[in-house]
Design a protein around this ligand. Structure first.
Ligand code: AMP
Ligand code: MG
Length: 432
């Protein structure tokens, strides 16, 4: 087979992408280049269930047991043999015992007999059918007899062993990110630990002479570093191990030292600020010095500058993203580029962010030729999903990010949106 060789440098990889224009790069092409460059980290390790939230399964997981483990009742009622029931009249059977969840009836059900049974209790030997108690006439004064109406069907109200998952079936496939339902499922199989891909190590720092840490005094011309906090929170949601390397001033030597320190301890380095073309924007140049960088101007709003590369520290290498400094732009660039890259690095199966189509409540100004991510508020109304774009879309206004619950994705080719037009929306939060 004639497989083209994988380009060895990021520059070659990018140049091979159709439509590659680094000074005005389409969002979808940028994402494709990033995802083509990043490959999953090798390795796996056993992880106890409670520590596995957000981790990626390293192997197809076959069930060691049947779920449910045995035939059991879906109702409170009576277990009996379907052959005993008359098709056209009431049938009377003798009640010979009780089967409770966790305390099954020890005997078996013979012809003419029934056993009182609770939801989840194992079906006694001999029985094949459950009749719900609400339609059975049985009272204590009746010497242990129960009367059943006609019209029951064989096997009704019985959950069969292995009905949810049969022993040996694949319960979860490799590459699955473990969430609440997956962890519950693994526990239901009796597994106390699972084989997971390595936990990603991410190092984070902010750059800018003007930045101060929250909790400290800030003087004239200074502002608080919010990016490290919003980005660390986004990383925590992805279950990464985060090393916070603080704030670095706009000083090339200090940025280089911090970048090297970051590359020495992380699989991925994330910086924000200093990535534009201002006098004090050194991030891209230092990335290039320590490895290789794709220094982009994206056809995107907010968040035009983005640097992506690979840097070295001794014999270690790490991926690195230089995000824009503006707080909203930094968060959106993280969601659109860094998160997919981290998921691929973690070995997670590819999955694009779910989109909802909603009617725009208002007109939205949009210039064709760039992708715009507008902050919006999505709500369910009698006429379907309605989204309201924030009136002010300034890329530095974090308050609007906090008030919004979604991003309206205004695609590259799209022009102005009229009120009532449908637009795709990415929700900030899912159910779990
Ligand atoms: P820069 O990308 O360094 O030119 O920064 C663009 C804007 O974002 C400037 O107004 C910076 O002060 C601001 N900024 C940069 N980094 C941060 C940060 N970590 N937290 C809050 N604002 C920032
Ligand atoms: Mg700066």
């Amino acid at each position: 087979m004639n497989t083209p060789a994988m380009p060895t440098t990021l520059a070659a990889l990018a140049a091979a992408a159709p439509g590659y224009t680094p000074t005005d790069l389409r969002v979808d092409i940028a994402r494709r280049i990033i995802l083509a460059a990043v490959t999953p980290l090798a390795g796996d390790e056993p992880v106890p269930l409670r520590a596995a939230l957000g981790r990626v399964l390293a192997e197809d997981l076959r069930s060691p047991v049947n779920v449910p483990p045995g035939d059991n009742s879906a109702m409170d009622g009576f277990a009996l043999r379907a052959d005993d029931l008359s098709n056209d009249g009431v049938t009377t059977l003798v009640e010979v015992g009780v089967s409770l969840a966790g305390r099954p009836f020890a005997g078996s059900v013979a012809a003419g007999q029934c056993v009182r049974i609770m939801t989840g209790a194992f079906l006694p030997a001999g029985a094949d059918t459950v009749v719900m108690k609400e339609i059975v006439r049985a009272d204590a004064s009746d010497r242990g007899r129960a009367h059943f109406p006609p019209g029951q069907s064989r096997g009704q109200n019985v959950r069969c062993a292995g009905e949810d998952i049969a022993k040996g079936d694949t319960a979860l496939t490799r590459g699955t990110r473990l969430g609440a339902a997956e962890l519950g499922l693994l526990a239901s199989l009796g597994l106390g630990a699972v084989s997971c891909r390595p936990r990603l190590r991410v190092a984070l720092f902010s750059s800018g002479d003007e930045l101060r840490d929250a909790g400290e005094p800030a003087g004239h011309g200074q502002r608080y570093d919010s990016n490290r906090h919003s980005l660390a929170a986004l990383l925590a949601r992805l279950s990464c191990a985060v090393t916070d390397l603080g704030i670095v001033p706009d000083d090339p030597a200090q940025i280089e030292a911090r970048m090297t320190q970051a590359a020495a301890c992380a699989d991925m380095v994330i910086t924000s600020g200093g990535v534009s073309v201002g006098d004090a924007d050194y991030t891209g140049a230092i990335m290039a010095k320590l490895g290789e960088v794709l220094d982009w101007k994206l056809a995107m709003r907010p968040g035009r500058p983005l640097a992506f590369g690979r840097i070295h520290a001794g014999d270690r290498a790490a991926w690195i993203f230089g995000l824009p400094g503006n707080p909203v732009a930094a968060m959106i660039a993280f969601m659109q580029f860094v998160e997919p890259a981290l998921l691929k690095l973690a070995g997670a199966a590819a999955r694009s962010a779910p989109l909802v189509l909603a009617k725009s409540a208002t007109p939205i100004r949009k210039r064709p030729g760039r992708t715009e991510f507008a902050r919006g508020t999505l709500s369910a109304t009698g006429e379907g999903m309605l989204v309201e774009a924030a009136a002010n879309q300034g890329s530095g206004i974090l308050r609007l990010m906090a008030e919004a619950n979604c991003l309206i994705v205004l695609e590259h080719e799209r022009g102005d949106v009229a009120a009532g037009e449908h637009v795709p929306v990415q929700l900030f939060a899912g159910l779990f």
